[in-house]
Design a protein around this ligand. Structure first.
Ligand SMILES: [Zn+2]
Length: 337
């Protein structure tokens, strides 16, 4: 598949003094590429995010570092924003190859344990039972559900990050816990130069998905909106995202994402007012993707993701008292008092 987006093409793009954006390929995936960032100093190379362990990615990274007079063995640390395959699995491969240190938010421990099979079945079961409560037909779930990441691409990190931790990886980096996209998502901030490495928490053109992991007791949209406010309350910074171009202002994009979710919550309430009873019904009433597609036009697995995300909007509306839920039957039914 050829790359069509300008930002995704092979490059070594100096975005700040000795900080380089390196897009790594995501073959066969509509996102096309994932940005990793290399911070070059006398100590070697510190990285933000690792990339996806697929043929071609490691070679691309080696090519890019070569342009900087460095090699893979110069990498001492990889700070990863979250557990998703396109951010974490190449970090695991680098650790195996070079012995570099990799770090991941402590909130991802539950998921990493599930992937490493300590509780994989439990993770898949919790997703399946949530989908049934959302009103999805069992056959649809069985046909399209996510089979889970390959455990072989995963390992525990060397370091589980905690909120507020400071790390020196050639620049002084503040690790800020930003749950929502996943529970253990972190943004990495260079306060001195006003740089925010935002992973998938804040993307310049895409609306990040919410709660992209097996369901838990948490309310991912509540987490996500709180994490957006957190970034809005910090000094503004340049946005260095995992997918897309670098833009001048985190705050500007946070405002757009807050508006998006406020609109989305209103649309959910309107759908229930118009007669949608369960989560699946509500998801069918909402427009999807930037093109405003119908739910049925999405791929089978994307439909499941869409229903899961709708559920997290309904959870928040219920917590705010804008909707009432009846959970006495096999499917959760919503109404407006
Ligand atoms: Zn992600």
């Amino acid at each position: 598949m050829s790359v069509s987006r300008e930002w995704a093409r092979p490059t070594v793009d100096e975005v700040a003094d000795a900080v380089f954006r390196i897009p790594l390929p995501m073959p066969g995936n509509p996102l096309e590429a994932v940005n990793v960032y290399a911070i070059v100093s006398a100590d070697g190379v510190g990285m933000i995010d690792g990339g996806w362990a697929r043929p071609g990615a490691l070679e691309r990274l080696e090519w890019a570092l070569g342009k900087l007079g460095k090699g893979l063995s110069d990498i001492h640390t990889v700070l990863t924003t979250h557990f998703h395959f396109d951010h974490y699995t190449l970090a695991v491969e680098l650790k195996r190859l070079t012995g570099c240190r990799i770090a991941l938010g402590e909130g991802e421990r539950r998921t990493i344990d599930q992937i490493l099979d300590v509780g994989r079945r439990a993770g898949l079961d919790s997703f399946e039972s949530l989908m049934l409560r959302c009103g999805l037909p069992a056959a649809h779930i069985a046909e399209h559900r996510f089979r889970g990441e390959g455990a072989g691409d995963y390992a525990h990190p060397d370091l589980w990050l905690r909120d507020g931790e400071r790390l020196d990886i050639g620049r002084d980096i503040l690790a800020v816990s930003t749950p929502g996209h996943t529970t253990g998502h972190f943004c990495f901030i260079d306060e001195q130069d006003g740089l925010a490495f935002t992973g998938d928490h804040i993307l310049p053109t895409i609306t990040p998905s919410i709660g992209s992991e097996s369901p838990s007791e948490r309310m991912p949209l509540v987490d996500y909106l709180a994490s957006l406010r957190l970034m809005a309350d910090r000094p503004d910074a340049r946005l260095l995202p995992a997918h897309g171009v670098v833009t001048p202002s985190v705050h500007a994009r946070v405002g757009e994402l807050q508006e998006h979710h406020a609109r989305r919550l209103d649309q959910c309430v309107n759908a229930v007012a118009d007669g949608a009873r369960d989560t699946f019904d509500v998801a069918k009433a909402l427009p999807w993707t930037r093109r405003g597609r119908r739910l049925s036009e999405l791929s089978g697995m994307d439909q499941l993701m869409a229903v899961q995300e709708t559920r997290y909007h309904l959870d928040l509306l219920q917590a705010e008292g804008r909707l009432t839920v009846d959970s006495s039957g096999p499917v959760d039914l919503y109404s407006i008092d």
